[in-house]
Write a protein that binds this ligand. Sequence first.
Ligand SMILES: Nc1ncnc2c1ncn2[C@@H]1O[C@H](COP(=O)(O)OP(=O)(O)O)[C@@H](O)[C@H]1O
Ligand SMILES: [Mg+2]
Length: 220
Amino acid sequence: MLKTESISHSYGEGSAAVTVLDNVSIDIPEGGFTSIVGRSGSGKSTLLSVISSLLKPEQGQVYFKEKEITNLPGSEIDRLRKEEFSIIFQSHHLLPYLTAHENVLLPFLDRLAPANKELLERGRECLERVGLAGKEDRLPGQLSGGEQQRVAIARALVKSPSILFADEPCGSLDKSTGNEIIEILHKLNKEGLTIAMVTHDRVHASMAKDTIELEDGKTI
Ligand SMILES: Nc1ncnc2c1ncn2[C@@H]1O[C@H](COP(=O)(O)OP(=O)(O)O)[C@@H](O)[C@H]1O
Ligand SMILES: [Mg+2]
């Protein structure tokens, strides 16, 4: 579904440039659960930014559904991000003054009218899929850390993406709450969602169908 060919990227200019990705070629199959694992600073987040089209690599190509997306114009990248790609991070980035249900519906802000029953219902369904039925009207401050992250997952699901990217989704959670988040991601994957997840947790990484290991910007 998503492939890279010989991606290289560095930060900084001239003699201060530091190579962060070095000739990285990966393949994320449709319906797969791929983990990207490695120590802090190994280039995981940079690679995720490249494959989710947030960052244009200095060298190499990215392909999505057989089509090269490395040099797409901004409008087409916007469309990909709006319709095909969803991303969750270590921090959930929920808006504190909106309820769980309202936060989940944020991707539809441009299409949302109070009477749009179908979208309102879709938001509720996504909260149910992550185990939050009955908590739709809570504010983030009235939810636990794990529940807040589930709201962020529901918000990532609401537009029915082709692929979900996750960058250390358990990074700010305790161990057992983190394991619950991983369980939810595996359930969503069984339901057909393709997932690419960055983690430094080897146990979480080993549960994925495929594992890509990075060391100093290279796959090993
Ligand atoms: N925007 C940036 N500017 C300069 N250096 C960066 C930037 N982002 C990351 N780096 C550096 O690139 C290396 C890889 O970072 P990153 O991809 O975030 O690794 P990881 O997610 O595996 O911890 C690190 O040494 C980091 O300090
Ligand atoms: Mg990182």
